[in-house]
Design a protein around this ligand. Structure first.
Ligand code: PSU
Ligand code: MN
Length: 307
């Protein structure tokens, strides 16, 4: 095997291949949200709906995953279905990536590994729901998501609805500042808290429209100031949740994770599932609404990034 030839590892969907030839805007999407972030069938429905929203807004979606050891840039509907239903899919961060590829296994890409896949395919923007970050109590557990390092190290813009308050939002922002990642708020001055529109923390800058976001990113990269940009987009008002309800669900989930000694890569999926159960599915509805909202914004911004 020729290890040097990237072609041996990557597989592009027909749609993405064509978009690359025509220099059309491409928007990456992750697959951990499909395999480990949402239950079936909402996971498939949401993944397909996001792709459709991106198309309707003039860009081409590229959901990434590792299937049978191939790094997929763009999935067929059948492959999305597979990622949504198979039990045989490993949550894949940077440290897992090469092993999964070399063994011909299946991996769902997190934010961190979607950034890796996007870089291999030269994609400049990526849409998701929530970014991983510094966990509460990280000073004891050392639990800081790889998402942050990968975002800092690559020229990519991520559109998300902030991060869940299962994380320590303040420490996550401090970490991003140390790494030099600008945090923008889309039409807001406050860092969104995923289920709610606002946390107590301010973003670095408020962005007024998609063009402004793209301009800031392109300027950063032109100046050789390498690294990612976080564009946070608050959940639409009508879909946002009651702050007290969601916070109490999160507190209960964190306590249960501690009691059950959940740690490592299991922590985030465990907390997500528990919050969903505690809110009787309400958090899932909110999650779906905000991802779709991010898909729309990501597609709009992407047009200016590929000009
Ligand atoms: N936050 C969410 N939903 C998710 C995730 C985070 O609200 O599905 C997923 C993303 O794929 C993210 C990953 O990259 O969890 C972070 O996992 P960890 O904390 O283990 O780095
Ligand atoms: Mn972790």
């Amino acid at each position: 095997m020729n290890f040097d030839n990237l072609k041996n590892y990557l597989e592009f969907s027909d749609e993405v291949k064509l978009a690359m030839e025509q220099n059309k805007p491409i928007v990456a999407l992750e697959s951990t949200i499909i395999s480990h972030g949402m239950p079936y069938p909402q996971n498939v429905e949401t993944a397909k709906a996001c792709e459709e929203i991106i198309r309707e807004n003039g860009a081409v979606p590229a959901t990434t995953a590792i299937i049978g050891g191939k790094i997929k840039i763009g999935l067929t509907d059948k492959e999305i279905e597979f990622m949504a239903t198979s039990k045989d899919i490993i949550k894949t961060s940077r440290r897992d990536f090469a092993y999964i590829v070399s063994q011909g296994l299946n991996g769902a890409t997190t934010v961190a590994s979607t950034i890796i896949a996007a870089r291999l395919a030269n994609i400049k923007i990526f849409v998701t729901g929530g970014l991983g970050g510094v966990h509460r109590n990280a000073e004891v557990t050392f639990d800081i998501s790889r998402d942050l390092e990968e975002l800092a190290a690559n020229d990519i813009m991520i559109v998300c609805a902030g991060c869940k308050s299962i994380l320590d939002i303040g420490l996550t922002l401090e970490y991003l500042e140390t790494k030099g990642v600008p945090v923008f708020g889309y039409q807001t001055e406050y860092m969104p808290a995923f289920f709610t529109r606002k946390s107590e923390f301010k973003v670095d800058y408020k962005i007024n429209n998609p063009k402004e976001a793209a301009k800031a990113a392109l300027t950063q990269w032109s100046l050789g100031l390498k690294g990612g940009i976080l564009l946070t987009n608050p959940i639409p008002e009508k879909d946002s949740m009651d702050e007290d309800k969601i916070n109490s669900a999160i507190e209960t989930a964190l306590k249960e994770a501690e009691d059950k000694n959940i740690y490592g890569k299991e922590t985030t999926p465990f907390l997500l599932t528990k919050v969903l159960e505690a809110t009787e599915g309400k958090s899932l509805e909110a999650n779906i609404a905000l991802v779709k909202n991010n898909a729309r914004l990501g597609a709009e911004v992407s047009k200016y990034l590929y000009e």
